[in-house]
Design a protein around this ligand. Structure first.
Ligand code: NAD
Length: 294
């Protein structure tokens, strides 16, 4: 049976590790936090011993610096010589390429495989994976991806999964600002916002963000706006992803003026409202019905 060392049992990692266990993999969960370990049966603190037992090592950590730290201090030192490394964290393209190069220099295959779909997609085994790395490594990882995801796209060499994720999330951030501004303008001119939503949902302004993150409470029952802006996808994560897109734009020399504006706006909003859903950005533009403006 394939043994998977899963490092990072947080909001996403914990349900992903459970899905892998349910699919029949032997999963050794690892996390620095005792609280997180308590949620996943048999989980241990990250150690050379645990890493050395794994055929596949999955990392699901907050940022590039955490993935680099775990790979430098532990994974490359302790992994079996034929282990497959899969990093599912959302990190910058340059760190993803650098870590893959270091792994490959000692004969280890590594894939960058960030996800979209959130905790619900993770719990349902319905994540979308954006994958970068060699064809061989991608083939070897198929059973692991298929257990956790429903859409798996191999974009090319190392870093291309993170490149796809950064570009995709930049579209989401810019679209979010467009949706919020559109509703603010419609409200400022006294339109019925329920009717305005129905218009947009059936016309050219339709988007995932509109249908899932309409910022007016009560218009879309399941949207975070109808539930105190509980996330969903937290402002701090949106801000982080938009900054990663800006780092990618800088290192590839591409101008992204709307992406830059979105990164600036969400980063500033995260200072006061990092844990709310990103659609709460609306409250920086306009008061909600029955409330004074933030
Ligand atoms: P999280 O903060 O909930 O979990 C991260 C886990 O990593 C924590 O349990 C933490 O204790 C652990 N950790 C930190 N440093 C560690 C180390 N050195 N060794 C072992 N464990 C360590 O984060 P999350 O929401 O699960 O997100 C993980 C990644 O997935 C991030 O890169 C995020 O951007 C991305 N992502 C998140 C979502 C989402 O909706 N939460 C969606 C898509 C992608």
């Amino acid at each position: 049976m394939t043994r998977i060392g899963f490092i990072g049992l947080g909001t996403m990692g914990d349900p992903m590790a459970y899905v892998l266990r349910d699919a029949g993999f032997d999963v050794i969960g690892m996390d620095v936090s005792a609280d997180m370990r308590a949620g996943f049966g048999g989980a241990v603190a990250p150690s050379a011993d645990a890493v050395a037992q794994a055929d596949v090592i999955v990392t699901m950590l907050p940022e590039g610096k955490h993935v680099a730290e775990v790979h430098d201090a532990l994974v490359r030192k302790a992994a079996k010589s034929d282990a497959l490394l899969i990093d599912c964290s959302t990190i910058d393209v340059d760190t993803a390429r650098d870590l893959a190069m270091r792994a490959e220099a000692q004969g280890l295959a590594m894939l960058d495989a960030p996800v979209s779909g959130g905790p619900a997609g993770a719990a349902d085994g319905a994540l979308s994976f954006m994958v970068g790395g060699s064809d061989d490594a991608f083939e070897r990882a198929q059973p692991v991806f298929s257990a956790m995801g429903s859409k798996i796209t191999h974009f090319g060499g190392s870093g291309s999964g993170q490149a796809a994720k950064a570009s995709h999330n930049m579209i989401c951030g810019i679209t979010a600002m467009a949706v919020m501004e559109g509703f603010a303008l419609a409200d400022a001119m006294g339109l019925d916002l329920g009717k305005f939503y129905t218009l947009c949902a059936g016309a050219a302004a339709q988007s995932w963000t509109l249908e899932n993150r309409c910022p007016i409470p009560g218009v879309v029952a399941e949207a975070p706006a109808s539930n105190n802006f509980d996330p969903g996808f937290a402002v701090r994560l949106m801000a982080k992803d938009l900054r990663l897109a800006q780092a990618a734009a800088a290192s590839s020399g591409q101008r992204t003026p709307f992406g830059a504006e979105a990164a600036k706006a969400f980063t500033a909003f995260a200072e006061t409202s990092g844990d709310r859903d990103f659609s709460a950005f609306y409250t920086t533009l306009r008061a909600l019905p029955g409330q004074s403006q933030d």
